[in-house]
Every structure is written in C-alpha cells, then in structure tokens.
Design a protein around this ligand. Structure first.
Ligand code: CP
Ligand code: NVA
Length: 333
C-alpha cells in the first residue's frame, strides 16, 4: 500500500483495505501517544492549515498531530491572511505548496478542495466541506471499532439532517467497512441520489445495506450506533432555524429513541452539539422557538452510552495517521 503524495479528499477515494489499514495505524499512533513514545518523524516538514469556516476539533487535531510528528504548523483563516478576499484559494494553494509539505482545507464547496489538490504539488487534506467530512468518519470508525472490536455486521443509524456532510462520509465509510447504514430523517432532508447510488453497490459488495427512511420506529432493535449532528450546518443561513426545527423535532435523539435501539447501542455525535442552553446560539434559538435541547437531549449526551469525547480525541489520532501516510516516503527512512 502506498499513500505517499496522495490527497485525502473523500472516503470513496480509498479502498476498503486502505481504510482498514488507516484505522489500524491510528490505533497504533494512539498507543504511542498514550505510552509517551516519541514519534517526531518529520522534524524538517511544515504544514499549513486553512480554515474558511470555524473549528475547534479539526483545527486542534491537525495542530497537535502536526506537532507530535515534529512538524511546524501554520494556521490561516480569512481574517488573518489574503485568502478568499484578496487572493483566490487556487492561488493561495499554489503559493503554499511552494512553502509547505502538506495543506489542510476546511470550507464550502467540495470543488474548492478538489481544485486545491489539483493545483497543489503537496498532499491536500479535507477538513470538512459542504459535501463531506472524511477525517470525521475515520475518527468515528476508530471509536466504533475500539468499542465493538469488529465493524462488519454492525448497524449505524444516522438520525436527523441525513443529507449533510457528516452523514455523507459516514454512509461511504459504512459501505466500505460492511456496516449497515440507516439514514433516518424527514423526506425533505434525504441523502442525495448521487451519493446513495455510489455507496449502495459498495455496501452490497461488502455484505451490508443502506436504508433511507423517515420512520423513527423502524430503528427499533436494529441500531448498534445512534449518530446525530446539528440541525443547521456551518454556512447555512440562520433564517432556516425555524424550518429545520419543525422538520427535525421528531428526530431528536432522546432516551426513548435510545431505549428502542439495541441494549448495547452507543451514542455518537461529531460535535459541537446543542444539548443544553450553555451556548449563545442555543440561547438565541431558545428565545425565538422555546426549545431547550435540539438534536440530542442532555440526558443522552451525558449518559454512559455517549462516547462523544472519545470520538473527539480520535479525530487527532486518525488525522495524524492521514498526514503520516501521505507524507512518509519509504526511501526517506
Ligand atoms: N467535529 C468537528 O469537525 O468539529 P469542529 O467543527 O470543532 O472542527
Ligand atoms: N454538519 C456540521 C458538522 C460540523 C463538524 C457542519 O457542517 O457544521
């Protein structure tokens, strides 16, 4: 398997074997970190991380993973650079690929990160676009694998806005790993036919299924993992809150939904999450719409079945793996 020089733009660009290899290596990196083993493999490399949308986990994961690998890391956003307003992303990429060994990008259209990769001479890593969030799915599957031991045959139910970036990458990763994927949400927010058409044959080949449903009751007794995400994603207009709340209220993950899942089921969320009123957005929404919890209740979020912070940690180990594999040249050893 050779990952050297490759971009990491979407899950579907990688084979089942490559993705499994990444998960195994991420587990190894996690162990190295926990046991304090030095893994500063790239003391002469530097990376640039570009964020056109805000971030806590993804930014910090790239930074910490970069430092752990011995690299220098430069963070750029539109407010502190020319990016986006004075210089196009494509020009920015061509400049940065002369200076850096790898580039991460978080932003809007998938085409932007695809173009970045096209124009850049160094690996480009997708840190979230409107279409997908591949490093998230990798971290999530490490979490699921750690918890259940085996992935094949499990059922992951993504509940809520099933056409969003996180859902798309989870569907792709489920198909690749032979995990049954259920997208459960309102018809108005169904996954695109394009992504379903791409994932279904892959799932079939790997012995799993993809189900699209609006019926919450159909999850009963089936799900090993209940996964949800925010009802309004980064970059979507605030005016949509009312419409989304109306559509998605029946899909809130609460104790009733969790008790319908398998007894051993876990709860996952990519975070950040609106499970209480401790954020300014949640308080603003509460003032207008009167709801105190959104996609998940505080009870479920704080329960023993919730592995959301393990998930957040695993972002770092998996991102480190992606950077290591795409930057490591065997001859350099
Ligand atoms: N899950 C995730 O991508 O979080 P951030 O938006 O904080 O990076
Ligand atoms: N769907 C969310 C994921 C955040 C990690 C968003 O795009 O805002």
């Amino acid at each position: 398997m050779n990952f050297y020089g490759k971009d990491f733009l979407r899950i579907l660009d990688f084979s089942e074997e490559e993705l499994r290899y990444m998960l195994a290596m991420a587990a190894r990196f996690k162990e190295m970190k926990k046991t304090g083993q030095n893994h500063k493999f790239f003391p002469s490399k530097n990376i640039a991380i570009l964020f056109e949308k805000t971030s806590t986990r993804t930014r910090c994961s790239f930074e910490v993973a970069g430092y752990d690998l011995g690299m220098g890391v430069t963070f750029l956003d539109p407010s502190g650079s020319q990016m986006g307003h004075k210089e196009s992303i494509a020009d920015t990429a061509r400049v940065l690929s002369r200076l850096y060994d790898g580039i991460e990008y978080r932003g809007f259209d998938q085409k932007i990160v695809d173009d970045l990769a096209k124009y850049s001479d160094v690996p480009v890593w997708n840190g979230l676009t409107d279409e997908c969030h591949p490093t998230q799915a990798l971290g999530d599957f490490l979490t699921i694998q750690e918890h259940f031991g085996e992935l094949k045959g499990l059922t992951l139910a993504f509940v809520g806005d099933t056409r969003n970036n996180v859902a798309n990458s989870l569907m792709a990763m489920s198909a690749k790993m032979g995990v049954n994927f259920i997208a459960c949400g309102p018809n108005e927010l169904r996954p695109s036919d394009k992504i379903v058409k791409k994932c279904k044959p892959i799932a079939e080949k790997n012995g799993s299924t993809i189900t699209i449903t609006s019926d919450v009751a159909s999850l009963n007794g089936k799900a090993d993992v209940i996964y949800t995400d925010v009802w309004l994603s980064l970059g979507e207009p605030q005016e949509k809150w009312g419409e989304r709340i109306e559509l998605l209220k029946p899909y809130q993950v609460n104790s009733e939904m969790m008790s319908g899942a398998k007894d051993t089921a876990i709860f996952l969320h990519c975070l950040p999450s609106f499970h209480d009123l401790n954020t300014s957005i949640a308080r603003d929404v509460n003032k207008v719409f009167g709801i105190k919890e959104m996609e998940v209740t505080n009870e479920v979020f704080e329960s023993k079945r919730s592995l959301v912070f393990e998930q957040a940690e695993n972002r770092m180990h998996t991102i480190k793996t992606v950077m290591f594999l795409t930057l490591y040249k065997k001859e350099d050893k």
